[in-house]
Design a protein around this ligand. Structure first.
Ligand SMILES: [Zn+2]
Length: 452
């Protein structure tokens, strides 16, 4: 017994050690602690406890308290300055949204969105011009290819009322379509390098400029190429019954948002993608359910169908990416099980989401914090706003935790620009959205004036 005990203990410690290697233990009390303090308050007390006394960063209506908002604003200014300085030595030819100049253009577009300060829009234009001079024709997606600079260019020019330039970007964006729908191409379907990443660019343009900016037939063609590809692999792998739409990247069936099924199903379920109800119910839904059966007991998801180690809690691999597809499935199919799984994802992210990899979007604390913001949108439960604020508080100590320095330390998806994006969304949580992934929803896109 002693021996089996010690082996068990060792396994347990081994597991914890691996976890500690990837994430910091979360030092913050969870929301319930603050809520309990509120409940303990004697009913006869004359003045109700303030958010500060309760340890809450927001008022009862969800508005961020001034003190916390000021700390965030100061940090944004500080990080923007460091970022601009650091970018002076960044790769001049990297025009991607993921690690390059389009990502910086997107950040300034975001700051324009939340502050309405025109100078941010002009800043964004500077970076857009730079990217449009440097298109390289190698890749086709929003995050890593030419579709990113072209789609962001179309939107920035549109906002500046330069319709001719905007149209020119859209025309060039649509010229990429041929390689996307070509049946003989070995283009994958995932978000970073494949068809779903091109589809996002089309949907982004239509959401930001207006329906019809990209014609429906173009969207339809891309959607059907993605569906045909998923059906073909499912047939090949004899999974037609269990998982009618199956995808792979580099011969591996990835699950997560960046390279896997989660990112692809998420795009197919966007209302702007206009996938018909039958395809959604008969093809997408069972495939999502198949993916759900692969989740770990912790509530986290494997990086690929063949991987059985519960290790990564990133947007790219694991619960922080899969949670978005679950929330979208809940919106589309209106079944509680999807929301329940999303809530479990959020618990894993709360426990293991303060990553040693840093404060970025793809595999960092900011990207993980967005899971809470999105869950707050659909549940209106302050618990998730609270958790998002605590991840933002962690980001206020940027660089103080001894995290690894990413290869592109100032970029949108790996570095500082992504952290600023997340912090600026904390100031207007109702209108927040994960960059280059979530599409804006007009219902909650209220403009909020912020001073920084
Ligand atoms: Zn990543």
């Amino acid at each position: 017994m002693g021996e089996s005990m010690s082996r068990r203990l060792k396994l347990q410690l081994g597991g914890d050690a691996d976890m500690e290697d990837r994430a910091f233990p979360n030092p913050f009390p969870d929301y319930e602690a603050a809520a309990e303090r509120q409940a303990e308050e004697p009913p006869c007390s004359r003045t109700p406890l303030s958010p500060e006394e309760l340890g809450l960063p927001f008022h009862s209506d969800g508005k961020i308290i001034n003190n916390f908002a000021r700390r965030i604003q100061t940090k944004i200014k500080d990080l923007l300055q460091q970022m601009e300085e650091g970018l002076k030595t960044a790769d001049p030819h990297d025009c991607s949204a993921y690690t390059g100049w389009t990502g910086i253009a997107l950040l300034y577009l975001q700051l324009y969105r939340v502050t309405c300060d025109q100078s941010y829009l002009l800043r964004s234009l500077d970076y857009v011009k730079r990217t449009l001079r440097n298109l390289n024709g190698r890749r086709v997606t929003f995050l890593c290819g030419d579709a990113g600079p072209l789609a962001v260019g179309a939107v920035v020019y549109h906002k500046l009322k330069s319709d001719c330039e905007s149209q020119e970007c859209i025309t060039k964006l649509l010229q990429l379509q041929r390689t996307i729908v070509c049946r003989d191409s070995d283009l994958p379907d995932e978000l970073l390098y494949g068809r779903a990443g091109y589809l996002y660019a089309l949907l982004y343009v239509n959401t930001e400029i207006g329906p019809g900016a990209v014609c429906e037939s173009a969207i339809k063609e891309v959607v059907s190429a993605i569906i045909e590809s998923g059906k073909a692999l499912s047939r090949e792998e004899r999974k037609v019954e269990r998982c009618p739409l199956l995808y792979q990247w580099h011969r591996k069936q990835y699950v997560g948002a960046a390279h896997g099924m989660a990112g692809i199903y998420y795009m197919l379920m966007q209302p702007a993608a206009k996938v018909d109800q039958e395809t959604l119910t008969e093809m997408v839904k069972p495939s999502i359910d198949y993916m759900r059966h692969k989740r770990f007991r912790s509530g986290n998801y494997p990086s690929s169908l063949s991987n059985e180690t519960d290790r990564l809690v990133h947007w790219c691999h694991g619960a922080p990416g899969v949670i978005h597809v679950l929330m979208q499935a809940y919106k589309v199919f209106k079944e509680e099980k999807y929301l329940k799984d999303a809530v479990e994802c959020s618990d894993v992210i709360w426990q293991r989401g303060l990553l040693r990899k840093g404060y970025g979007i793809c595999h960092g604390t900011a990207g993980n914090g967005y899971a809470f913001l999105s869950l707050y949108h659909i549940t209106q439960d302050k618990k998730y706003l609270y958790r998002a604020c605590k991840f933002a508080e962690w980001c206020l100590d940027y660089g103080a935790h001894g995290c690894r320095i990413p290869d592109r330390p100032y970029s949108l998806f790996e570095g500082m620009a992504g952290t600023v994006h997340f912090l600026s969304d904390i100031l207007a949580p109702e209108a927040s959205r994960f960059p280059a992934f979530e599409l804006s929803s007009s219902q909650r896109d209220t403009k909020v004036q912020k001073d920084y």
